[in-house]
Design a protein around this ligand. Structure first.
Ligand code: GAF
Length: 424
């Protein structure tokens, strides 16, 4: 691959490398870059850890590591975002994970998490030095951390001198195995018990395609997503809240409690119901069963389960509508998804609600909703191209007045999954 074809964060990381790491004597290989995309999620929020469906697209924003293989077991990093170095050793992993994690800044913990999980999977790793760069908004609900994790796994493969490969069948790890491994890396690095949505979207990305993923079976299929007159607009609230991690884990455990209580209620009403014995996750509970037995749940669990069960249906409805090319009707479902996240799942916030309400007031915005874990981050908006300027003007005028903040508006396209290259 030619350098001029490389994505800007890959070029940036490669170009900065000689400035940040200058001791030639430690290297055992040429300069190379690895990268992986962030994602948007059209619909299917908080369904992944309930065994449900999601419908993401990988986007044209990536995290990237540009560097060289070392002769030893050190991993030394420079982050362009944090403007700082960090380093860890592969020696002693996975046992040394906890102790090393404590010493690292937040961004470097993801790389250590990936190294730890690769070692746990029996892969022999080689150290490297790398510049870490990226243009996925950090912590903004577009999976900047998953992109970094997948890029890290790619970097370890790139710097392994062919001993460890990632790809389709016949490689050391398949893309989906890497996604699952990076999901565990995210969990141990951040303490957030995330689902598989973000990592799977990053590895499975294809230009012009949305990915329908069954998060239980891990079966997936691609849907064309190329409405030429409609843009996917991501608007960042500029809000990041610490609370997001603990609230995420709390939602996850509420879903587990709701599942158990609903299963118990269904079996009490019908002890012979063999389907009910198989219930493991909210995915297994039908909307009819929910409607019949929800009164057995405390109110908060009713809301959580009601949202997830409805959201799973919304994903399948959007798939049907995309098949009919009815993008207008897809937009209407996005508004419904936001209402559920705000009122039932209770993971929105004033700033996200403000952005969705502003979008709703602009003719030509087909739908919008908060995206990702919640409590800040971005909204996703489906917008007719002729309405883009009006949306921008409305957000620029109303959002600061309502929230005291500036929003960042960006247009994304469905793009390819991870990659790597040697440049010399
Ligand atoms: C975060 C998590 F990492 C995903 O697994 C998913 O649950 C998402 O929130 C909500 O849909 O991005």
């Amino acid at each position: 691959m030619q350098t001029q074809e490389l994505l800007p964060p890959v070029k940036e990381a490669l170009a900065l490398f000689p400035d940040k790491f200058s001791d030639e004597s430690v290297y055992a290989g040429p300069l190379g870059g690895a990268w992986a995309p962030g994602r948007v999620n059209l619909i299917g929020e908080h369904t992944d850890y309930n065994g449900g469906f999601v419908l993401p697209l990988a986007v044209d924003r990536v995290a990237s590591c540009g560097g060289r293989r070392r002769k030893d077991q050190l991993v030394r990093l420079w982050s362009t975002h944090a403007s700082e170095y960090a380093q860890f050793t592969l020696e002693g992993l996975p046992q040394s994970f906890d102790e090393q994690r404590q010493q690292l800044p937040g961004w470097a913990r993801y790389l250590l998490g990936v190294a730890t999980e690769l070692v746990r999977a029996g892969i022999v790793l080689q150290g490297f030095d790398a510049v870490v760069a990226g243009d996925v908004p950090l912590g903004g609900g577009m999976s900047s951390s998953a992109a970094l994790e997948i890029a890290t796994a790619q970097a370890f493969a790139l710097f392994s001198d062919g001993k460890f490969t990632i790809g389709e069948k016949g490689t050391t790890l398949t893309y989906l195995e890497v996604a699952a491994l990076c999901q565990r890396a995210e969990q141990i690095a951040s303490g957030v018990m995330c689902g598989i949505l973000d990592q799977a979207a990053s590895v499975l990305g294809l230009p012009g395609k949305a990915i329908l993923l069954d998060c239980r079976s891990m079966e997936y299929r691609y849907l064309p997503f190329e409405a030429p007159n409609v843009s996917v607009v991501v608007i960042d609230t500029s809000v990041r809240r610490e609370l997001a991690s603990s609230a995420y884990n709390e939602r996850r455990s509420q879903c587990e409690q709701a599942t158990q209580l609903l299963q118990k209620a269904i079996l009490q009403a019908d002890p012979e119901n063999s389907q009910a014995r198989q219930i493991k996750e909210l995915r297994d509970i039908t909307p009819e069963q929910y409607a019949q037995h929800k009164d057995q749940l405390p109110e908060v669990l009713q809301k959580r389960a009601g949202y997830v069960i409805a959201e799973n249906k919304r994903v399948l409805k959007v798939v049907e509508l995309l098949g009919q090319n009815d993008i207008e009707a897809v937009g209407a479902i996005l508004w419904q998804g936001h209402a559920g996240l705000r009122d039932e799942y209770e993971v929105s916030c004033d700033e996200l609600d403000a952005l969705v309400e502003i979008a709703q007031s602009v003719p030509g915005v087909l739908g919008a909703r908060m995206m990702g874990g919640g409590f800040g981050g971005c909204t996703i908006n489906l917008v007719r191209n002729e309405a883009l300027d009006a949306l921008r003007a409305a957000v620029e005028e109303q959002y600061p007045a309502r929230t005291g903040r500036q929003a960042v508006i960006d247009i994304c396209r469905a793009a390819a999954g991870p990659g790597h290259t040697i440049v010399g």
